[in-house]
Write a protein that binds this ligand. Structure first.
Ligand code: HEC
Length: 448
């Protein structure tokens, strides 16, 4: 038996192109004996090396077989835990664009390859390149960099709003959005709000009354009780990449609008650090379908934070909110001019929780028929928050409810580390601080 196998290997070897040096130890790859060149490198190149490359956002490179072998243990654990690549939307409920996660078969290949000594293979055996669609901001028409370096004045959380000079004298549509954080250790979110011209003077007053650059602001870019209309133009949180909004859609910005960049800093990882973030936008003069970001959460949580309770020590604390979007308080506040009475289309979703978050789902609940899960994340990671593009837009019909549901692990084992110490578990509420909690999902919607 053994000799027959040996013969087979020799035969394969002599047949393989040019029978390159080292052939005896590099039999042709099979599903049972994957090698680096044929099987693993194409996966790593496509699924890892956007980030794990020189100058990429990941802290180490995975360019060579040796670099991958050196990380064996944590690669296997991350692949099994579905932490890497960082695409958290559950593929069982629906498909998304830009899904770069590995299939179970690809994970199995990695396992076999490591288990069989992580063989190199030969260049002649190199497998075909895998081509994946990547999120990209395809052009930049407008850029805004914070005029000065900002050093957070408050610790651990500091919120600063900066009024963006919007130079255009005709209507524009924002068709893509990206953020380059100046200091990723302290930048915890960036949001661009738009305030209509009718309310612009109130924003200018906040700016003028607060000494220094910009003004302090929590949640909304104005105090909760101010009667100001606002809309969302773009959001960034750790892990979000610059991206074009779905083709033919864009968010309208009229002349005289005040755009406000809200920066949330959390200084725990870099006390004394400072930041100068830059935002980029793609613009168009017209679009086929106007779009809006509809944030979905219970406004009661916002007005009285204690109504969203996450019990101390509870490893499975849950909260949910469901309502019909048309006529809801949050839609009225954030969707100037959008009429949702006939339903709407959801193109993309950006779920948001903080550090104890564990699972989140956003689901359309039709009056008749099965619930339609727009997104479900089963292993929430605060460091990876993205705008997930549905492969096919989902229709929320007239009268359908939408539900957001969150689960937190607020047990002693799952507490953030601040100043080298794990925080003790305590009851958490809705709040803007990184160590408070939130439960919401932004929907990128069009009416038709
Ligand atoms: C979108 C960018 C991106 C992609 C794609 C990506 N990574 Fe990462 N990876 C990161 C960043 C950033 C970190 C460090 C922060 C973190 O751990 O979340 C990281 C961390 C890791 C870690 C270390 C975790 C630890 O325990 O320290 C491993 C292992 C890893 N990646 C493996 C992979 C593999 C294997 C792939 C491809 C199959 C991959 N990554 C794809 C960005 C990425």
């Amino acid at each position: 038996m053994l000799s027959r196998l040996g013969l087979l290997a020799a035969l394969t070897c002599s047949l393989s192109a040019a029978a390159s040096a080292g052939c005896a130890s590099d039999p042709a790859p099979t599903a049972a004996r994957p090698n680096w060149q044929a099987d693993i490198k194409p996966i790593v190149d496509a699924h890892c090396n956007d980030c794990h490359t020189k100058g990429g956002i990941a802290p180490f490179e995975l360019g060579s077989r040796e670099q991958v072998v050196a990380m064996k243990a944590s690669i296997l654990s991350d692949l099994h835990g579905k932490r890497m690549p960082p695409f958290a939307a559950d593929p069982k409920v629906r498909q998304y664009r830009f899904d770069d996660s590995l299939t179970p078969a690809q994970v199995a290949l990695f396992e076999k390859w490591f288990a069989n000594g992580a063989t190199a293979g030969t260049l002649a055996q190199a497998g075909p390149a895998i081509v994946l669609e990547r999120p990209t901001l395809s052009k930049v028409d407008f850029k805004f960099k914070m005029p000065n370096v900002y050093k957070p004045a408050k610790a651990p959380d500091d919120y600063r709003c900066l009024v963006v000079d919007w130079p255009y004298t005709t209507d524009k549509y924002v068709t893509g959005f990206g953020v380059t954080p100046g200091n990723a250790k302290i930048a915890h979110h960036a949001i661009i709000f738009s305030i209509p011209p009718s309310d612009a003077d109130q924003i200018d007053k906040f700016d003028k009354d607060d000494p220094g650059e910009g003004y302090e602001c929590y949640g909304a870019p104005f105090p909760a009780k101010a009667n100001i209309q606002m809309a969302f133009v773009g959001e960034w949180a750790p892990g979000t990449q610059g991206v074009d909004y779905p083709k033919g859609t864009g968010i309208k910005v009229t002349p005289g609008t005040r755009l406000v960049l809200q920066m949330h800093y959390n200084t725990a990882a870099d006390p004394g650090g400072s930041d100068q973030t830059e935002i980029s936008m793609a613009l168009a003069d017209s679009v086929e379908r106007e779009a809006w970001f509809l944030p979905w959460f219970n406004m009661a949580w916002f007005f009285d934070s204690t109504t969203m309770k996450v019990t101390a020590g509870d490893a499975k604390a849950e909260q949910e909110f469901e309502a019909v979007p048309h006529g809801s308080q949050v839609a009225t506040l954030t969707l100037s001019g959008a009429d949702l009475s006939a339903g709407f289309l959801v193109h993309a979703v950006l779920p948001h929780m903080h550090t104890r978050g564990r699972t989140i789902d956003l689901t359309a609940l039709p009056a008749v028929g099965a619930p339609d899960i727009l997104i479900r994340i089963l292993n929430w990671d605060f460091n990876w928050q993205r705008l997930y593009f549905l492969a096919q837009p989902a229709k929320v019909h007239q009268g359908d409810k939408v539900r957001v549901r969150c689960q937190w692990d607020n047990s002693a084992a799952n507490q953030p580390i601040v100043d080298g110490k794990k925080l003790p578990p305590k009851e958490l509420h809705w709040g803007e601080g990184t160590y408070d909690e939130m439960c919401l999902a932004f929907m990128y919607i069009t009416i038709k």
